[in-house]
Write a protein that binds this ligand. Structure first.
Ligand code: AMP
Length: 296
């Protein structure tokens, strides 16, 4: 975790609501990470942000804290708006949606803001989630779009904040068309925050669609594990069979412990290796581009 440096890098100096500061303390977040120190003040000023942030950088807090703060601010305004979905967080997968939900709920624990996740399943079965009008809704673009096109979710009059988390994965999982369709159902003006581990040309194109005059943030990333934490070994094998035998031995003798990622050069090899490992009682699953995004 890359902690931010300097005297200004303190949550207490960011103008955050005491209820959010309490939640931050309860989470044990002593000081903001680099990305949080840079993103939170700008987001609180109302700026659109394009942030390079990978998992583990504290990116959920970097957008979650300002989103919750801005919602609290809006709630305390003289003409408070009726209860509605005012912030939408789009994520590439259900797993990430649940992770984001947990983090945002913990940050919002001392407030009366409601955070919900759209979930899996039949769009009709998910209607009660949106009918409850949570302040923040987290979901994949496809699930959110299904609710919007079924008119069980109307965002045009209420949405103030849009977050695209792991934008590079959203695009990699083929969500671009759903995002474009969803944008047609949003109000003309909203604040948008786009987080992405990489700034590929596709992410740049998405930026043009979603963000207005954004500030681009590329905080210093925590260095990759150095030689002390990383060991690289090479074993030269004579034949393809030797390769498999050595691999099975390394796994069975627990030279390789915990989980392992095995890279192979083709799809048939992927399945052959999986079957072979299973024959030796080593649980394995295949991951390849032929699998639907959800099961991946
Ligand atoms: P994220 O990059 O949002 O997935 O966060 C990765 C992990 O860092 C989570 O376990 C967070 O609870 C934790 N985290 C986020 N912000 C901070 C912080 N300022 N100090 C310590 N841990 C943090």
């Amino acid at each position: 975790m890359a902690a931010a440096e300097g005297p200004a890098a303190r949550f207490e100096h960011m103008g955050l609501d005491p209820r959010l500061l309490r939640a931050v303390a309860e989470l044990g977040w002593g000081s903001p990470t680099s990305i949080q120190a840079e993103a939170i003040p700008l987001a609180l000023e109302g700026r659109d942000l394009l942030v390079r942030a990978r998992t583990g950088s504290g990116k959920t807090g970097a957008y979650g804290l300002p989103v919750l703060q801005l919602l609290l601010r809006g709630r305390e305004a003289p003409q408070a708006l009726p209860q509605a979905v005012r912030a939408l967080v789009l994520v590439p997968s259900r797993e990430l949606a649940l992770q984001v939900l947990r983090c945002l709920r913990r940050l919002a624990a001392a407030t009366d803001l409601r955070v919900a996740e759209l979930g899996d399943g039949d769009p009709a079965a998910l209607r009660p989630v949106v009918a409850a009008q949570p302040d923040v809704l987290v979901g994949t673009p496809g699930r959110v779009l299904a609710q919007v096109t079924a008119r069980s979710l109307v965002l045009r009059h209420s949405l103030e904040l849009l977050v695209l988390d792991e934008a590079d994965l959203l695009l990699g999982f083929g969500c671009l068309e759903d995002i474009k369709a969803l944008l047609c159902h949003l109000p003309k003006i909203y604040q948008a925050l786009l987080m992405s581990a990489t700034f590929s040309p596709d992410v740049e194109a998405l930026k043009e669609l979603v963000l207005h005059n954004p500030v681009r943030l590329c905080p210093a990333q925590a260095p990759l594990p150095g030689p002390a934490q990383l060991q690289q070994l090479v074993l030269r094998c004579g034949t393809a069979e030797d390769k498999v035998l050595v691999l099975v031995a390394l796994l069975r003798l627990r030279v390789l412990r915990g989980r392992a990622l095995l890279f192979v050069s083709s799809l048939p090899r992927c399945y052959r290796l999986k079957l072979l490992l299973e024959q030796f009682g080593i649980g394995a699953c295949a991951l390849n581009p032929e699998l639907p995004a959800r099961s991946r």
